[in-house]
Design a protein. Structure first.
Length: 314
């Protein structure tokens, strides 16, 4: 007996309808993705997702990559470091002002273990929420001698004491290059940079790379830009393809082959407090993030080796 995916392909693949062809393509890609094995990394991968330019799909990518990995058997922790709390909203955890959050962790009142919450959609996904209270943290901790390593100290302590082994830790950064982002960069070994498929998105990339270089030189020599992900990609336009090719030319080894399309479902999912993985699992947005997550898992050992080399050289 043929599967639903095979039925859809048989009906639409030979037709001339572009909608039918799109449905058949989605069905095939979804079926292929479900058959793939997502290899677990040999060590916990600590990844900050950052881009000081807003609206490039930073939080969306954090949430959906984490959800896709959790869906395929990974144990994942998401730390929301953006006072807007959009990642917390999309993963359906409480983050009202006054609720325990990463703000209390940075201030030293609570530990990560005390503020983390389970994501209701994925059993193996935990979230450390952020609230608007976090917006005052930069001023409040600015005079502390360890102001750049507050999150690192808390995260290292949590991971060493946790009974659960996490395969991935994602930190969602605010769209800035301030103290919160510096804390995130000091707490991780990897940077994932989402880049919108528009030329304006390329303008701030040099500034971000420069900031990462400063953090490497002064605070965290192991920090590595391991991944770039092209978001809001429209394969019908020459502009999207040109932006992808330009980024790929400059960073050939770290740009994912998977691109994230601009879809209504991706934009719609957070309004239902959902990742697109949970909201529209068979749609092109969820499939693309699943394929990007698969690429990330397959690169794990290469990335971990590069990080180990940097740490030895430091």
């Amino acid at each position: 007996m043929e599967t639903a995916e095979q039925t859809i392909t048989r009906i639409f693949s030979e037709g001339e309808s572009p909608v039918g062809a799109e449905i058949a393509l989605e069905s095939n890609r979804y079926a292929q993705l479900q058959q793939q094995e997502f290899p677990k990394p040999s060590k916990t991968r600590l990844i900050a997702v950052a881009n000081q330019k807003g609206g490039v799909g930073k939080t969306t990518s954090t949430v959906n990559l984490a959800a896709a990995l959790a869906e395929h058997g990974m144990r994942v922790l998401v730390i929301d470091m953006d006072p807007q709390g959009n990642a917390s909203t999309a993963l359906s955890v409480d983050h009202a002002s006054g609720e325990p959050s990463v703000y209390d962790v940075l201030e030293g009142r609570l530990t990560l273990a005390e503020v983390k919450q389970p994501c209701p959609d994925f059993e193996s996904l935990d979230v450390v929420p952020a609230s608007i209270d976090l917006s005052g943290a930069e001023l409040e901790v600015a005079d502390l001698p360890n102001r750049n390593s507050l999150l690192k100290e808390a995260l290292d302590k949590f991971l060493s004491e946790s009974e659960d082994h996490y395969d991935y830790v994602f930190i969602d950064c605010p769209p800035s290059l301030g103290l919160l982002v510096i804390n995130a960069m000091c707490a991780v070994h990897e940077m994932l940079i989402p880049i919108q498929a528009e030329y304006y998105a390329l303008e701030g990339l040099g500034q971000l790379i420069n900031t990462i270089g400063l953090v490497q030189n002064h605070f965290n020599p192991s920090l590595t830009v391991s991944t770039m992900l092209i978001t809001m990609f429209d394969r019908r336009t020459l502009l999207s393809r040109e932006v992808y090719n330009e980024v790929k030319k400059h960073y050939p080894s770290i740009v994912l082959g998977t691109t994230i399309p601009r879809t209504v479902k991706i934009s719609e999912a957070p309004s239902f407090s959902k990742s697109v993985i949970a909201y529209d699992p068979h749609g092109m947005g969820a499939i693309s993030y699943g394929e990007a997550a698969l690429e990330i898992t397959r690169r794990s050992e290469h990335v971990l080796e590069a990080i180990a080399t940097r740490m030895k050289e430091a």
